[in-house]
Design a protein around this ligand. Structure first.
Ligand SMILES: [Zn+2]
Length: 185
């Protein structure tokens, strides 16, 4: 194996001791199916939909950064109509990997960080960074707790359930208002 060998699939983890100084990068295609927590939230038909990922471990100003660049879409289930709902995941982000909390004072306030102590695993006396878990954590941030379409077609058809939906459906509220005005006029 040469140092140029590129892993085909996203490495589950990387040895921090080995890559910390030289830097590490991986780019390729990932699918929700490889992430056990994320896949639970993804629509069954869309678990093999490819997202392009470039990730990079770099040291800048004595801080380790995990830079991530995603291009693609996540399809989750709408919590109202249970149909697929698309979440665009085309963006760049970075995560600071800190040795201790005091390092966070070096960062801008809006920068996301994790403490290495909390994520590193020791294997064969080496410090191992769970790369795949960190990527999955990042993708999970894109999925709202209760993902819903702005406007579900199904809601109109599910007459039996419409009462429950009225509370958070501005159009239903508007329709009621219109009816009231009509009755008054
Ligand atoms: Zn919906």
């Amino acid at each position: 194996m040469t140092s140029q060998a590129v892993a085909k699939s996203l490495p589950k983890s990387i040895v921090l001791d080995k890559w910390e100084e030289s830097g590490f990068s991986w780019s390729g295609d990932i699918v929700p199916a490889i992430f056990p927590r994320l896949v639970e939230l993804v629509d069954a038909e869309h678990q093999q939909v490819v997202i392009q990922l470039t990730c990079e471990l770099v040291k800048e100003d004595n801080v380790n950064w995990l830079k991530m660049s995603f291009v693609g879409e996540l399809w989750v289930c709408c919590q109202r109509c249970l149909q697929p709902l698309m979440i665009d995941v085309t963006y760049d982000t970075r995560l600071a990997l800190l040795y201790d909390e005091t390092q966070s004072s070096l960062l801008d306030e809006e920068v996301d960080y994790v403490l290495l102590d909390e994520v590193l695993v020791t294997k064969h006396h080496q410090r191992v960074l769970p790369l795949s878990d960190l990527i999955e954590d990042e993708l999970l941030l894109n999925v709202p707790l209760s993902a819903k379409h702005d406007d579900c077609d199904m809601v109109v058809e599910q007459v039996g359930e419409i009462e429950e939906e009225e509370a958070d459906n501005p159009f239903a509220a508007l329709a009621v208002l219109k009816d009231e005005l009509k009755n008054k006029g």
